[in-house]
Design a binder for this molecule. Sequence first.
Ligand SMILES: C[C@@](CO)(OP(=O)(O)O)[C@H](O)COP(=O)(O)OP(=O)(O)OC[C@H]1O[C@@H](n2ccc(N)nc2=O)[C@H](O)[C@@H]1O
Ligand SMILES: Nc1ncnc2c1ncn2[C@@H]1O[C@H](COP(=O)(O)OP(=O)(O)O)[C@@H](O)[C@H]1O
Length: 293
Amino acid sequence: MICHPNAKINLGLNVTERRPDGYHNLETVFYPIPLCDTLQLEAAGNTDSRPEGIFPDGIPMQEHATEDYTFRWGGIGIDCPPEQNLLVKALRLIQERHSLPHLSISLHKQIPSGAGLGGGSSDAAHTMKSLNQMFHLGLSDNELEERVTGLGADCPFFVRNRPVFATGIGNIFTPIALSLSGWHLVLVKPDIFVSTKEAYARIIPRKPGIPVTDIIRRPVEEWKGLLTNDFEEGVFALHPEIADIKTRLYDRGAAYASMSGSGSSVFGLFRTAPEETDMRRLFRESFYFQALL
Ligand SMILES: C[C@@](CO)(OP(=O)(O)O)[C@H](O)COP(=O)(O)OP(=O)(O)OC[C@H]1O[C@@H](n2ccc(N)nc2=O)[C@H](O)[C@@H]1O
Ligand SMILES: Nc1ncnc2c1ncn2[C@@H]1O[C@H](COP(=O)(O)OP(=O)(O)O)[C@@H](O)[C@H]1O
């Protein structure tokens, strides 16, 4: 089975309080975007399984084989050992209650990590969803959300994967009728890794003046200056290059620009598609992605 774990952006992000368990309550809108990894899961012995299948020609592949799975990955580097990969942890969680055959897992990584895009979380949620489907485990979306939350606060969003207003630690959802269809998304990820834990530690929690849900109902052109990401202040102070990306996106005509999550990626929403070669030249040190939403 092949699936495409996608990334998310945060539209507004207010960290409202620190909890006794060390986590923080927040208010944000999660919005799925078309930047995707490719993930293939096959039971051993499946004659359709071609491990090299999802990797474009010439992409070097790494492999980690154990008694119960073989994991191959390539593309953008992942800075943790394979057993710590969130998709392997998702597999382990499922194996605690269900017996599965030997699995062949292949991941073509295209979402940069440490970017505030939730790539690892998406891989974990999509692994659980795929296993549920392949082996008819009968887990409901609520059960999948509950189980995958243990792997990261961002994970449960990717189970239903639709625009939501999120509260709690980012795991309590209210669907919203927001569509950015017709907007051009530009995403820039500088070569800077931001630790989510450290980014949270730099924030003094507070209630937002205007709730995210009120701002999001207004036209995108009115979001600038109203819809805020509380991580920006601390992260921009540490890395002015990230603030500079936001300024440049506005200079090039973005109607709205913001860092996503705890960074370091910054996105811009444009009414008309910006000239790609110009943008690539402007952000040449960075990972660059452009899509029509
Ligand atoms: C900031 C956000 C916004 O969407 O996304 P990213 O920037 O990571 O994509 C999320 O809250 C990140 O979720 P996720 O990356 O899954 O976090 P986890 O792995 O669960 O937690 C990493 C660390 O962040 C802190 N943490 C995380 C979530 C939360 N609501 N409060 C916290 O204080 C904790 O210190 C935790 O040890
Ligand atoms: N499948 C995966 N893809 C990317 N990173 C992963 C994965 N599994 C575990 N990780 C670890 O999670 C960290 C955060 O990655 P990711 O969730 O993609 O970024 P972010 O938290 O910024 O959204 C990485 O630095 C890496 O150590």
